[in-house]
Design a protein around this ligand. Sequence first.
Ligand code: C2E
Ligand code: CA
Ligand code: CA
Length: 504
Amino acid sequence: MSEARAHTRQFGGARLARLEAETLLAAKTEDLRRATEEFERLSAALGRRVDELEAERALTLHLARTDGLTGLLNRGAFTSALIERLEDAHESGERVALFVIDLDHFKHLNDTLGHHAGDLLLNEMGTRLRGQARHGDLVARLGGDEFALITAAPDVAARAEQLTTALAQAYWIYGRTVAPSASVGVAVFPDNAVDATDLQRFADMALYRAKAGGGRRFSIFDREMREASDRRNSLEGDLRRAIPQGEIVPWFQPVVDAQDSRIVGVEVLARWNHPEQGLLLPGVFVPLAEELGLIGQMDAAVFAAACQRAAPWVAQGLIDTVSCNVSPRELLDPAFSRNLIRRLRATDLPATALTVEITETFLVDDLDLARRHIERLAACGVRVALDDFGTGYSNLRALMQLPIHTVKLDQSLIGDVGRDPRVSKLVRSMLQAATSLDCRIVAEGVEDEGQALFLRAAGCDRLQGYLFARPMPAEAVEARLLESAAARVPLGPAVTPIPLRNSR
Ligand code: C2E
Ligand code: CA
Ligand code: CA
């Protein structure tokens, strides 16, 4: 091979290699450019997705913290905000006021105007509250018609006044004006309480006071409420011990035949033998037991003891009826009647001698459940009495459909009977209603002879009250029963006989 040809070949090879290298480089550069582009596209998309997710998260968080109807904080968010605010206040030394606000008669407005109007009204109230808030305040809807405001503490009374006034402004809805109003309860950190739970509890107590005063007003937690709360707390501990230790016992109040004043039955009334405070009445401990969810346990204990005590009196023919009170709370338990029958069977009292006293509120709350309980009891021979008749709705239509055996005319109606003609007329018509339902009628709270005379003539079957006997311990009532059986003397004042009605 000539030298020149060899040179040409060598030169050509290098050029080729360079060309190849350049092509490769160009291709790689293009790959890199595409990759960079793709990367940028992806990272932009990723950025957008991250933004979206963040927005979604913020929205979810917002929704989780917000009341859907009013846009205010909801209960959960309110609770954490209150805890946080108190922690801050603890450090800064700031005083914080908690206002709890409850609309008056909202249920009635809701029922009469409809739920949509009710929602509009709640929304309006939320707007008004927001309008009352100052910088740094927190406004929440705690649920239903209950709201709250957390604010710095100065001029608490003036703020409460402003709130109550603002919420009581007339509101125009569906072509008519409604006059809403609200009750407000206030408690202050750290004056009244240092933690969120107590602060809320005390504000609620103040609210309760405002409600009890008739609504459309505010109440600020004070020393008197603090003492009541302390008493309640110590009683709460006592009550938890008292039930298992048998400190709550049945007492018995005789019920007499209206015609001859013979004792024919007893009503079981609970009494608490408190080790330090002496004898306590149900007005003190029954509401507490209800609030603490102990009422079922308490009633079961009183019931068992009462049936056991009274069974021999029934067996000996001294009385025919033992009446026991049950709390409306217990009646909400679908197993109530079954449990009661089971407990009754563990005693020696025959089912037909037992009357269970229930109040009308229960019939209003849940008529279907009431019917099931009453029918189940009636099927076993247990009688049901409607207590405090004449104080509630007196839904006669509902009563007519239920196997109610006895109606107990409330003592608030008895006071002026025979004295005030209007009361007498009212009672007479209530008695007529009860008679048309074919119920036995018992009048309670009979304190004087005038009342007894009137009630007897008006058609009551049985009477109960201080005129005849007060509630008393088992031994005392047993002595009375044996005594009157031996002597066959009527209890209480002698009466002029009047013709007997169809005996029930
Ligand atoms: P209630 O069922 O309406 O019982 C009648 C109340 O009137 C009793 O009050 C009784 O002592 C009182 N009373 C009877 N005769 C007269 C009278 O002539 N004049 C006046 N002013 N009062 C009279 P007590 O024993 O204080 O019971 C109050 C309420 O507590 C009862 O009202 C009943 O609702 C409830 N209660 C009582 N014992 C029990 C129980 O064991 N369980 C439940 N769940 N509630 C009970
Ligand atoms: Ca009763
Ligand atoms: Ca009663």
